[in-house]
Design a protein around this ligand. Structure first.
Ligand code: NDP
Length: 506
């Protein structure tokens, strides 16, 4: 034995199992960088952004389109028309957007200078049909000049109360229709929330469907466009070793977590109405649950994947009304300090009512009533101002049925755990037991880690880049279908539960 293994009192130190991270080999497929973005030629088109003077357009949409442009991921020809009430000309619009971009390298500035020629601006009055008739004329002129083929994506980056009016005016001004010859398509991208509750979601859908077909409506949940989220299905259904154990026999519980350190920031108006249940659970959390729990569709096709997700929502067990608090806890963040800096509680945030009962945290235990998942709890947890920003799905496997080692080292054997990390790092981790090297028989937990960006040198798409590209490509896989929206809103008798969770805060 080496001297360093002997303590000053002459005794040998007790061997401690050390967690180990195993290396992982990943092949680089050598796909050309541009093919990692848009493998097929894309239809020329114009994207019309309503609410172009707002936060979403400046912080997410335009930077995403600019990045796609830089990576060769946009169609050619392509045009962006910003629309909002604010009076601006093209140059003012372009200058305003540039302020929000962090352009460091001289090459980025010159790419931006090229990109701005794609950007146009038209002010609109959302309540006035003549404004939309004028817009239709402007788009037609652009089609003629820039050869954008009459193909349009209308992106609603506006407050939800305006969705119905804008969709109706688009229809009345003749911009919702699609030509029979296949040229000149029209798509409507809608940001969440897709209604405050089931009734308003149905009413919104009815008004969107006055002029647009379901196949033209893209209900966005950008969270679903993250690599790891998409990879859940590849992981489950392109590997034969996991699917046989992906059930109640081997899985003890599933935890889905989306924790934020930020507070409500500048979105109090929306958030105080929505709360964590509508903001996170009825979209992101339910979608993650569906991807984790769904059956394999016969083929990886949009409608079939969406069908399987909808079946999971139908199988969710309603919360028992008399023991609701055994299944759901909620709370609101209070004042405190972060890195020595005083931060306000939720009720002291600008724009939040001082008597607000809106929950900013919730954790629920959910059961999926089918053969695969009977009795397996799914713990869904999300909230603002939590200790750590973290998003992950954690699959906790059952312990071994019988430990043959108990008589040797008397330890409980920790269960295997598979973690699909979404944030801070997109990764897959599997934890299992090995023997600690040496004479003494001890367990040593090992974590095998695969990081998505490992050995990948091509461009990576952020979530908004991916959803914008998918809308251009007519791929609705990552967008929500109305039946799934309604099923998620109907769970778990939401109005009652949200009210109940409010009372819990008192
Ligand atoms: P903003 O509050 O920034 O509003 C967008 C634009 O809409 C404004 O620039 C304004 O333009 C116009 N607008 C605002 N209020 C009114 C009003 N009362 N009547 C008419 N027009 C109005 O919103 P965001 O950009 O933050 O969000 C847009 C949509 O996207 C919302 O539905 C939001 O829920 C959703 N969303 C936003 C996210 C974000 O990160 N910001 C993330 C996910 C979803 P003008 O006055 O020039 O017409």
């Amino acid at each position: 034995m080496k001297s360093m293994d002997v303590r000053s009192d002459g005794t040998e130190p007790k061997e401690q199992p050390q967690p180990v991270v195993a290396a992982c080999q990943v092949a680089d497929l050598g796909i050309a960088p541009h093919q990692c973005v848009a493998p097929q030629p894309l239809d020329p088109c114009t994207i019309v952004i309503f609410g172009a003077s707002g936060d979403l357009a400046a912080r997410k949409l335009i930077p995403a389109l600019f990045n796609l442009y830089r990576n060769g991921g946009l169609p050619d020809p392509f045009r962006i028309v910003g629309c909002a009430r604010t009076a601006m000309d093209h140059e003012e619009f372009r200058a305003k957007l540039k302020e929000h971009l962090a352009l460091d390298e001289p090459s980025e500035h010159s790419q931006w200078d090229d990109f701005v020629s794609l950007l146009h601006y038209q002010s609109v009055d959302y309540g006035d049909i003549t404004s939309f008739v004028k817009l239709a004329g402007y788009l037609k002129t652009l089609d003629g000049e820039r050869k954008t083929g009459g193909n349009r994506i209308f992106y609603l980056a506006i407050p939800p109360m305006l969705y119905e009016a804008v969709a109706r005016h688009l229809g009345e001004a003749g911009m919702a229709g699609e030509k029979q010859d296949g040229s000149g398509w029209s798509r409507l991208v809608v940001e969440k929330p897709f209604g405050r509750d089931l009734a308003t979601a149905i009413a919104l859908d009815r008004s969107l469907r006055e002029y647009f077909e379901e196949r033209q409506i893209y209900r966005i949940d950008h969270y679903l466009a993250k690599e790891t989220v998409q990879n859940i299905l590849i992981f489950r259904f392109a590997n034969s070793i996991f699917e046989p154990i992906w059930n109640r026999r081997y899985i003890k519980s599933v935890s889905i977590t989306a924790a934020e350190t930020l507070g409500v920031e500048n979105r109090a108006g929306y958030y105080d109405e929505a709360g964590v249940l509508r903001d996170m659970f009825q979209n992101h959390m339910m979608q993650l649950l569906a991807l984790t729990a769904m059956e394999a569709p016969p083929r990886f096709e949009t409608e079939w994947v969406r069908d399987e997700k909808a079946k999971v929502f139908r199988a969710l067990r309603p919360f028992p009304v008399d023991t609701i608090y055994d299944h759901l806890v909620s709370g609101q963040y209070g004042p405190g300090t972060i890195n020595g800096k005083q931060v306000p509680g939720y009720r002291e945030e600008p724009g939040v009512r001082s008597d607000s009962l809106t929950p900013t945290f919730a954790s629920m235990r959910v059961f999926v009533d089918n053969w695969r998942w009977q009795g397996v709890p799914f713990f869904l947890t999300s909230g603002k101002r939590l200790a750590e920003k973290l998003s992950e799905i954690s699959i906790q496997f059952r312990e071994v049925p019988h430990s043959i080692f108990r008589s040797v080292f008397g330890e409980e054997i920790r269960e295997n755990r598979l973690t699909l990390g979404i944030y801070p790092e997109e990764k897959i981790s599997l934890t299992f037991q090995t023997k600690n090297p040496g004479a003494m028989l001890r367990l040593r937990p090992v974590t095998m880690d695969f990081r998505y960006r490992q050995s990948y040198s091509g461009p990576a798409l952020d979530a908004y880049e991916k959803v914008l590209l998918d809308a251009i490509r007519r791929d609705q896989m990552l967008f929500l279908r109305q039946d799934a929206v309604e099923l998620a809103l109907a769970f778990p008798k939401s109005e009652w539960t949200i009210r109940a969770s409010h009372y819990r805060l008192l």
